[in-house]
Design a protein around this ligand. Structure first.
Ligand code: ATP
Ligand code: FE
Length: 335
């Protein structure tokens, strides 16, 4: 079974071709234009998707070594995401599936981040059910109890900013470009994680909060630069390491609580922030320390990609869970 996946929920235009659960191609065109603005500009993202989508899809099919006529279905991201961005992928997927007379399959982007673990790779363990998935991305921070492929329960989530947003906004305060997450991660590896202390938010249960941390960092930087205008420059690696230490601590504390509440010790992570070296190391450590089994996605399946959309498409194809052609892009879509 050949499935074409299309992802256009935010600022990456991506297309992938799967043969059953094996990746044949996964092409991602990242939009550089947003760097100048310090964040994603929705209207510009939508326009860039329009110019990227045809070449990206063509390249994915070509790289896969097949022709369009061999495709069995087209899967696309229906939501959640930016409306203008989602509309480009949705309209394109509809016309392609209609033209080829094959099924159309709508995919929830967050289910994609979770089910990316079911892509077949060498040395790549698929989590057994039930498992806990922590999705940590630019727009979401959730702990999800995954009972079956399409039986998922959100048991905790952020009440304000997402963890990726916390990284990006902290980076902005430090004068780093967008997206700042990967840069903070890199700098953190050269710094002292205990150089500065930021208090962790107090949120009951399995929910998260990150907006207070961003404010704490802002006040901290404002206070310190009064005494030393070069404070940030002089201490950048230590500040980044301390931010990372705080964030990873918050995530791990909630995971520990989730394990305690559910008794589930199979832990998968997904979303852009799962590329982070700090959280990856903490999870590996937890395998030794708490006896958890952890599932960490390959780097290319962490940030937005169409391979994860195609794998959900394949799993839905097996269940003949096809979409009506009236299906609409949905900016706010629950798991
Ligand atoms: P969502 O999936 O919630 O709709 P999104 O698709 O915009 O949001 P992703 O592409 O999954 O988000 O992730 C992007 C985020 O991941 C950005 O905030 C980026 O800073 C962050 N990120 C990427 N790599 C790292 C890293 N190594 N360390 C920390 N954060 C990172
Ligand atoms: Fe995403």
């Amino acid at each position: 079974i050949y499935i074409l996946g299309i992802e256009s929920s935010c600022d990456d235009t991506s297309a992938a071709v799967l043969c059953n659960d094996t990746i044949l191609s996964n092409v991602v065109a990242s939009q550089k234009i947003h760097e100048d603005y310090g964040g994603v500009v929705p209207e510009l993202a939508s326009r860039a998707h329009q110019s990227n989508i045809v070449p990206v899809v063509n390249q994915a099919i070509k790289k896969a070594g097949i022709t369009k006529s061999q495709l069995h279905a087209v899967a696309f991201t229906r939501g959640p995401g930016l409306m203008g961005s989602l509309l480009v992928g949705t309209s394109f997927a509809k016309s392609l599936a209609y033209g080829l007379d094959i099924p159309l399959i709508d995919v929830n982007h967050m289910q994609g981040h979770i089910l990316a673990h079911f892509i077949s790779e060498d040395d790549y363990l698929k989590p057994p059910f039930p498992f806990l998935a922590m999705t940590i991305s630019g727009g979401h921070t959730q702990i999800v109890k995954v009972n079956r492929y399409f039986d998922m329960e959100v048991i905790g989530e952020t009440i304000d900013d997402a963890v990726g947003e916390a990284y990006d906004k902290s980076g902005k305060i430090l004068g780093l470009g967008y997206p700042a997450g990967p840069q903070i991660d890199k700098l953190a590896q050269k710094g002292n994680p205990k150089a500065f202390k930021f208090t962790k938010p107090k949120v009951d249960g399995l929910n998260f909060s990150f907006s207070g941390l961003k404010t704490a960092i802002l006040y901290f930087v404002q206070r310190e630069t009064k005494g030393n205008p070069d404070f940030v420059k002089d201490n950048l690696a230590d500040i980044c390491a301390s931010i990372q230490y705080t964030i990873v601590g918050i995530l791990m504390n909630k995971l520990k609580l989730a394990v305690k509440q559910t008794g589930i010790i199979h832990i998968a992570i997904g979303g852009g922030v799962s590329a982070n070296s700090g959280i990856r190391a903490a999870l590996k450590n937890a395998e030794q320390k708490f006896g958890w089994t952890t599932y960490i996605p390959k780097f290319e399946y962490t940030t937005d990609n169409a391979a994860m959309i195609a794998i959900v498409g394949y799993l839905k194809y097996l269940e003949k869970d096809f979409s009506d052609f009236n299906v609409m892009a949905t900016a706010r879509l629950k798991i």
